[in-house]
Design a protein around this ligand. Structure first.
Ligand SMILES: Nc1ncnc2c1ncn2[C@@H]1O[C@H](COP(=O)(O)OP(=O)(O)O)[C@@H](O)[C@H]1O
Ligand SMILES: [Mg+2]
Length: 263
């Protein structure tokens, strides 16, 4: 019997910088957990819709998507579609989301639109919210709806500077809109052991953020880049690739950390 009182753990994947691996991490961490038997929902709230495309959801299948959900025009269950990955469902993005700041910006509960959509409950163990770049209203909705935020961080020169702005925003959200928001952790992405700068930045980030940084880093791997054009996660595209194995390891560490948090 499904436990109706159970609510999923909701995790926003956020970083105001574009191209750092948010969507890639959303797709592949969600898929790795789903393949392991957990029920996972991915909410794509980036108007670019890369998570939706990357999981094989074409424009014609998307209907109102996450826009209709935020607008209160549809229910969570009606907005949710199956994917090719067993146990993984998705609320796809639609281009209408581009106007969200303007369209919802004057509403009284503008930062709570996504959170409110989850109030009726959601039959998943985990929900991942793939946030757009920037710290606009959509990302705020992601942070307000979430229990915790997971930050993919590309191991490159300005990494630490960008993240301090994000940390300030997270603090601001905690102080005003969502006091129970936690830090799930930082995931280093696109690391390259042969590149001294990548190694140095990774060491700096670990030195500064300590236990907040996942031990598992995601290496640069061509299979990760190729998989989305086939509409499948890297796990299904090339299970043996270093990219697929890294996301499996990340999922295992994610679950271990969840266990120690509860203990
Ligand atoms: N570990 C990786 N190895 C190689 N390419 C990657 C890796 N992670 C992400 N990419 C590529 O980098 C680009 C940006 O990644 P993406 O996940 O879309 O970032 P974001 O969602 O933060 O904008 C994409 O083309 C993606 O395929
Ligand atoms: Mg993205």
């Amino acid at each position: 019997m499904p436990d109706k009182t159970k609510r999923p753990r909701i995790i926003a994947i956020a970083n105001q910088k574009g191209g750092v691996g948010k969507t890639t991490t959303a797709i592949n961490l969600a898929s790795a957990l789903a393949v392991g038997g957990l029920k996972v929902l991915l909410a794509d709230i980036d108007p670019q819709g890369n998570a939706s495309t990357g999981l094989g959801i074409g424009p014609e299948a998307r209907k109102g998507g996450s826009y209709a959900l935020l607008a209160g025009e549809t229910s969570l269950s009606d907005a949710t579609l199956p994917t090719t990955v067993e146990n993984l469902t998705i609320i796809p993005s639609v281009p209408d989301l581009i106007g969200a700041d303007l369209e919802f910006g004057q509403q009284e509960r503008r930062e709570f639109l996504l959170r409110d959509a989850f109030i009726q409950g959601c039959p998943a163990d985990y929900v991942f919210i793939d946030c757009p770049p920037g710290l606009g209203l959509l990302t705020l909705n992601g942070l307000v709806a979430a229990d915790a935020v997971l930050v993919p961080l590309q191991a490159e020169f300005f990494a630490l500077e960008g993240i301090s702005q994000l940390m300030r925003t997270i603090d601001m959200v905690k102080q005003s809109l969502n006091p129970t928001l936690n830090m799930e952790g930082i995931v280093l992405t696109m690391t390259d052991k042969r590149n001294n700068l990548s190694e140095q930045v990774s060491a700096d980030v670990r030195g500064y953020f300590r236990h907040q940084v996942f031990e598992t880093a995601i290496p640069r791997n061509i299979r990760i880049t190729e998989a989305p054009s086939h509409g499948i996660p890297v796990l299904l595209y090339d299970f043996r690739s270093t990219g697929a194995q890294a996301y499996l390891a990340l999922a295992a560490e994610f679950l271990r950390r969840a266990k120690t948090r509860k203990a």
